[in-house]
Write a protein that binds this ligand. Structure first.
Ligand code: SF4
Length: 246
């Protein structure tokens, strides 16, 4: 695709902090849509969190959901317009905390849409508090001595929780900390959208991303932190692909 701006991205400047991974993930979604779904109706569901303004950055329709309810909203949208490509875009505070119930039930029912789950390990928009995804030892503003599993419990592994559910067609965890993994993320988005358009059921891609602002690191250091620290707790891969018998 090169450096040309994908056609389905607007010319709006993104509000994200410098070096934030959201811009990379938006671009990957846009590239997949430009390549494969230009003629399709596309509807996104926006979260509450740093990506709340995602609807400003794409040239197609979005629904803004209440906090954590994006998978419930996406269920309604997809059932109303089954031919549309529908995806929710949610951070870890949204999908893996307040929205845990919604995602588990949408996945269990086999709702035929794709959830794109951006995991940066903190509640980023509200100032970097500990999230369910915060890894052991990680210092946040609400776990100043580092997350201690004996006190604050372990980090949640949403992908691993969803794999056994019959309604789930595709589960992958990817990352954007280097070019190889950015490419892998794009392939996973492509495959999830493909399975959705084949009516295979629920699909989810968890993308390990960075939050240089709340991690107190430079953009480059934050990418290295994913590689050196976050990957010890969150393994990457395609955990389920119904179409390929995985
Ligand atoms: S606070 Fe973190 S996740 Fe939010 S826009 Fe800034 S860098 Fe990105």
């Amino acid at each position: 695709m090169g450096f040309k701006r994908p056609e389905c991205l607007t010319k709006e400047s993104m509000h994200y902090c410098p070096g934030c991974g959201h811009g990379i993930i938006h671009r990957l979604i846009a590239e997949v849509i430009d390549e494969d779904y230009k003629e399709n109706k596309i509807i996104g569901v926006a979260p509450v969190g740093c990506a709340v303004f995602i609807y400003d950055y794409f040239n197609f329709d979005f629904v803004a959901a209440a906090h954590g309810r994006a998978t419930a909203a996406a269920t309604g949208v997809k059932r109303s317009i089954p031919d549309a490509l529908v995806f929710s875009y949610q951070g870890d505070g949204d999908i893996a905390a307040i929205g845990t119930s919604e995602v588990i039930h949408a996945a269990t029912r086999g709702e035929n849409f794709t959830a794109i789950f951006v995991n940066n390990g903190v509640y980023a928009m509200t100032g970097g508090q500990m999230a369910p995804t915060t890894i052991p030892g990680q210092v946040t503003v609400s776990s100043p001595y580092g997350r201690d599993p004996k006190v604050q419990g372990y980090h949640i592994k949403l992908c691993e929780m969803l794999v056994p559910l019959d309604g789930v067609a595709f589960v992958a965890r990817t990352s954007i900390h280097n070019l190889k993994n950015i490419e892998f993320t794009k392939k996973a988005i492509k495959r999830a959208f493909e399975l959705q358009m084949n009516n295979e059921g629920f699909s989810i891609i968890e993308v390990l991303s960075n939050c240089p602002t709340n991690w107190g690191l430079s953009p480059c250091e934050s990418m290295k932190r994913i590689e050196n620290e976050v990957l010890k707790y969150y393994s990457l891969g395609i955990f389920k692909d119904k179409g390929r018998g995985i």
